[in-house]
Design a protein around this ligand. Structure first.
Ligand SMILES: Cc1cc2nc3c(=O)[nH]c(=O)nc-3n(C[C@H](O)[C@H](O)[C@H](O)COP(=O)(O)O)c2cc1C
Length: 359
């Protein structure tokens, strides 16, 4: 009996299978506004049990990359309705990922008046792409004041309300991969000496306050979170207390009865492997749904589900290149390989033109 292709329960949602399309930034939202092309792309992939959208900014300050969408303006809410309608019309389910880029960003990518913010005035190593001038050095972010923190929390809460208005089935807080929420958690990017920095109880305060505000806005059964314990992407080096810190987070998130925790494991992309002990720790400490991700094929997805390591399996790159991945995995058909060169381009090439089996 396949568990992967059987129905799954996620809070109040019934998913038609255990396969989740992972959140993936695709940079097709010209002017930061979701559009018809994106509705076509997500609609093509609606046979996933659940789609998690690309990282979407709750604030003008969070739009660190070119052409990523937001969910803070009226046009953006209206734009997202095209997408939620397209997915729901095919009986799919869709959750929006909130990605505030924080210090990963560049003024050239931001709208007028927006600011590159971070917990501390510490630049990430490396470069970032801008449409205007190509690759640029990462900039030193402005250290967020307590007032900035309050504003950001309210932006997340308002974005949660906007998402429900736009027809989403829930939200995912992107607290992984080196973006703002993780910047507060990790000691290299958070060097504050106030109640948001120092001990893990302080470094975790911002993400937990954001989670509380989102829960208050739309209910705990609609709020999930993504974490990358052992993630090093965007200049997030490992450090000795990392396991203890994520253990604290797991317990705090469990107390809040969040809908799910979605763990990142980028070892298939060259990142350090997430020890199985850490995944087991989340399994033990967190009573809600656990979503596992990273380098899955159908066989490994099926066996991890059967062994109870996680409740749902999310898949990224193969959903880019296979709009009908569920059918292909179910029937054992060959899969299309993803073309990395078109991941972040504008327009339909490498986006909506991957063939489905019936085409
Ligand atoms: C093009 C691309 C864009 C991505 N953008 C995001 C993102 O916006 N938010 C996020 O949490 N992860 C993002 N990821 C990571 C994926 O969600 C996933 O964790 C990763 O691709 C590993 O899964 P896979 O081996 O099935 O591809 C991205 C990955 C790719 C390939």
């Amino acid at each position: 009996m396949s568990q992967l292709f059987s129905e799954a329960i996620l809070g109040a949602l019934t998913l038609r299978n255990h396969l989740v399309m992972a959140p993936m930034t695709r940079n097709r939202a010209t002017g930061n506004i979701p559009n018809e092309l994106m509705a076509e792309y997500y609609g093509q992939r609606a046979s996933a049990g659940l789609i998690i959208t690309e990282g979407t900014s709750p604030s003008p300050n969070g739009l660190g990359y070119p052409r990523i969408p937001g969910i803070f303006s009226r046009e953006q809410i209206e734009g997202w309705k095209l997408i939620t309608d397209a997915v729901h019309a095919k009986n799919g389910k869709i959750i929006i990922q909130f990605m505030h880029c924080g210090r990963i960003g560049h003024p050239l990518n931001l709208p007028a008046g927006a600011r590159v913010l971070g917990p501390s005035a510490v630049a990430a190593a490396g470069e970032i792409y801008t449409d205007a001038e190509g690759l640029k050095q990462q900039v030193v972010p402005q250290e967020m004041s307590e007032g900035d923190i309050k504003v950001a929390i309210e932006e997340f809460a308002q974005a949660a309300r906007n998402s429900i208005e736009a027809g989403f089935d829930g939200i995912e807080l992107h607290s992984a991969n080196g973006y703002l929420l993780e910047q507060f958690i990790r000691p290299n990017s958070n060097q504050r000496t106030d109640r948001y920095g120092g001990a893990i109880e302080n470094r975790a305060r911002f993400v937990l306050e954001v989670a509380d505000a989102a829960i208050e806005a739309i209910g705990k059964e609609r709020v999930g979170i993504r974490l990358s314990p052992y993630g090093i992407f965007n200049d997030m080096p490992l450090y000795p207390e990392i396991e203890a810190d994520y253990n604290y987070l797991a317990r705090q998130l469990n107390e809040r009865n969040l809908l799910y925790i979605h763990l990142v494991d980028h070892s298939s992309m060259g990142a350090p492997e997430v020890p199985s002990s850490i995944k087991a720790m989340f399994r033990n400490e967190f009573n809600g749904t656990l979503i596992l991700s990273g380098g899955y094929d159908a066989a490994r997805a099926e066996s991890d589900l059967a062994e109870g390591k996680g409740d749902l399996i999310s898949v990224g790159r193969l959903f880019i290149s296979n709009p009908d991945l569920v059918t292909r995995w179910k029937t054992g058909a060959a899969v299309n390989e993803p073309d990395m060169n078109s991941f972040y381009l504008s327009g339909p090439k490498g986006y909506t033109d991957y063939p489905a089996l019936s085409n």
